[in-house]
Design a protein around this ligand. Structure first.
Ligand code: XMP
Length: 509
């Protein structure tokens, strides 16, 4: 396994992705990690990530420099390299010229990291500081026009530094460099697969949970579903899932989930119909954040009441993923500014002293999907588009009422049917309808109408952090609009949302 030290780079998750794509397990830890823990983890290699700081600033993040004496190979990337150089007696200064973007890397020593590379290759630079002097024992292995020390190493001590970012796609041969480090330098083996992960996770869950009972809140999303399957494999009937039907789901969704979980996956599950409770609590509320808070609170109340019925449960399973874990331990701590309070379904039932089991906490989303496949989750579930916890309540703009929810559900079903049958469902990150609190004039037959407006939102995205509106064919948009207006009473106008994120968000509320 490889240990990645997070100095705050926006790319540190990418480093982890690259390592895992090579079938080597890795973990990201903050610079403050105790070296005793590092010894205990006993990684084959350590990668020091980049970061936004300057090493000579007093507040810049540092780790115990004794890390270089453990005899474990270390690869420092960008700030990580500068930290290594500084810690071992070299010097780093403000660069005469900031180097940002593509540069041509000229390799002067191919062994061992660059052995698969041509003498010059493109690399991605992003730094304002440069290495002025290398520590004793180090030599330069590559340069660029603006950066005389673009890579350096001390082969004897197995310490390597790269000023550029091998983890990003703009460094096309970056994968080869990282693989040379993993396999040739560290001697890692390709043992990280979802099958091996599942086996290890099952053993670990059994060891943690023993004969005790586990509760898990199922939402129908891929994360909680995969967590449920894994827990079920580990502890079988000691697991009870709770599904709170908040009445804010898409058409027929609750029923479909019920059949799938109960009949196909044989999971012990309690369905709690609570739509009315949610609607009552949302009465008269139009502010999006208030809606989220109310939904979060009611969910907790309903969940807790149900969980309390399960005698002597000691554990709460959660489908927390690695990006959330990393975010909360990142070197620069503090979650980024709250734009929308998303984690509405998080939190522990307070009355119960439950301990958390989070079997997916070291996985990325695509790994969770692979794991789901390994565990037998149907394709349709694995590839479900994300659906927000507050559900349709944040897609009925303005007050949420039973009749407006019903209207939106029908519209949304038509939209999804067209998106699916035209082969766009999996190509899109999300596609959905939004019911606006506006009416507009129309004409149907010879009659003047004054009815609702519906907006269609379809976006492409990799991780929901940024998104682009989907360039759906006009023909398909035309069909969607015609079908909605003709088939659904109460809508006489359909508009298509052509805003990207940022500055817009994916959801309208
Ligand atoms: P935005 O609208 O912020 O959404 O661009 C980014 C992603 O998060 C989903 N989303 C939510 N998920 N609770 C959730 O569980 C929420 O309150 C919530 N709000 C937005 C949204 O669907 C998109 O995938």
């Amino acid at each position: 396994m490889i240990l990645i030290i997070d100095f705050g780079s926006q790319y540190n998750q990418l480093i982890a992705r690259r390592v895992r794509e090579s079938h080597v397990y890795c973990r990201i830890e903050p610079p403050g990690i105790d070296l005793d823990l590092v010894r205990k983890i006993n990684p084959e290699g350590i990668i020091l990530s980049g970061g936004p700081s300057s090493i000579y600033e007093p507040t810049s993040p540092k780790m115990d420099p004794a890390v270089f004496e453990l005899g474990i190979p270390v690869l420092g990337i960008c700030y990580g390299m500068q930290f290594m150089v500084d810690a071992l007696g070299g010097s780093v200064i403000k660069a005469g010229k900031r180097e940002y973007g593509l540069a041509a890397l000229t390799i002067t020593d191919r062994e061992p990291l660059f052995r698969a590379l041509e003498p010059t290759t493109p690399c991605w630079m992003s730094h304002g500081d440069s290495i002025a002097q290398l520590p004793p024992g180090f030599s330069v292995t590559a340069t660029t026009a603006n950066t005389p020390v673009a890579a350096a190493q001390d082969v004897e001590r197995r310490l390597y530094g790269l000023q550029f970012h091998p983890e990003v796609a703009h460094t096309p041969r970056g994968k080869n460099i990282l693989r040379a480090f993993l396999f040739d330098v560290c001697g890692c083996r390709r043992t990280w697969t979802m099958k091996s992960f599942a086996a290890d996770a099952v053993a670990e869950i059994r060891a943690t949970v023993g004969p005790k009972k586990v509760i898990l809140g199922l939402s129908g999303g891929v994360d909680s579903s995969v967590a449920a399957l894994l827990l079920q494999r580990a502890v079988g009937r000691q697991l009870t899932c709770i599904f709170v039907d908040n009445g804010l789901l898409r058409l027929d969704e609750a029923e479909k989930l019920k059949t799938l979980f109960k009949e196909h996956l044989q999971i012990t599950i309690r369905f709690v119909p609570a739509g009315k409770k949610f609607l009552d609590a949302l009465k008269g509320v139009t502010d999006p954040e208030k809606k989220r808070k109310i939904i979060g609170r009611v969910f907790m109340e309903v969940f807790e009441a149900e969980a309390l019925k399960i005698a002597d449960a000691e554990f709460l399973g959660q489908g927390t993923l690695y990006p959330d874990v990393i975010e909360s331990v990142s070197a620069f701590g503090g979650p980024s500014a709250v734009i929308k309070s998303h984690h509405n379904v998080g939190g522990l039932p307070k009355k119960m002293k439950l301990k958390l089991v989070e079997p997916l906490r070291y996985l990325f989303k695509d790994e969770v999907r692979q794991l789901g496949k390994t565990l037998g989750l149907p394709e349709a579930m694995i590839w479900r588009q994300p659906f927000p916890g507050p559900g349709l309540a944040i897609r009925v703009i303005g007050e949420v009422t039973a009749s407006r929810l019903r209207l939106l559900r029908e519209v949304d079903a038509v939209l999804l049917e067209e998106i699916r049958s035209n082969g766009y469902y999996r190509k899109l990150w999300q596609s959905f309808a939004v019911l606006l609190p506006l009416k507009s004039v129309g004409i149907m037959g010879d009659q003047r109408t004054y009815e609702n407006i519906v907006a269609i939102r379809a976006v492409t995205s990799k991780d929901a952090m940024t998104a682009d509106w989907a360039r759906l064919p006009h023909r398909l948009l035309g069909t969607i609009s015609n079908r909605i207006i003709n088939e659904i009473r109460g809508v006489n106008r359909v508009v298509y949302d052509i805003s990207s994120k940022p500055p817009s968000t994916i959801e309208w509320e």
